[in-house]
Design a protein around this ligand. Sequence first.
Ligand code: ROI
Length: 161
Amino acid sequence: MIRRCFIGLGSNLDEPLKQVSDALRELAQLPQTKLLRHSQLFRSDPVGPAGQPDYINAVAEIETELTPIQLLDQLQAIEQAHQRRRIVHWGPRTLDLDILLVDSETIATERLKVPHPYMHEREFVLYPLAQIAPDLKLPDGRRLEQLLEQCPMGTLEPVAL
Ligand code: ROI
């Protein structure tokens, strides 16, 4: 079975632009997986605790034969390889890879919640997502367009590379 998934990428430590660009390449190399497209890279102020560096974020769309848990394992292996440091909750991190959506599935397990529970309120997820999938609908029927109306862009800006 092939599933279409959206992955959120974020970094604010150790050359975030490189962390996210490298991670996109690594997504493309995952087994039984095809990277379909990805957004531009965006810069934004940290959401959550202040006093941490700016973030670089992007969203990727993949097609995979991995199950959601196999995909999560693979993403966590990539995070580990980037020597992810996560000292405080909602604090700075080298690389964060979040499964945002898996087709129109809802998953509510201890390890994995899909749709990502905060995606609908995070500009650094919604705007990059809108670049690659403007007509997207969430499993609950809400359209991405509606979510964007309730989520100002704030300090989010595309990075010119
Ligand atoms: N803030 C921004 N701008 N981007 C992120 O990826 C991000 N990730 C997080 C928290 C700490 C919530 N803040 C963020 O996990």
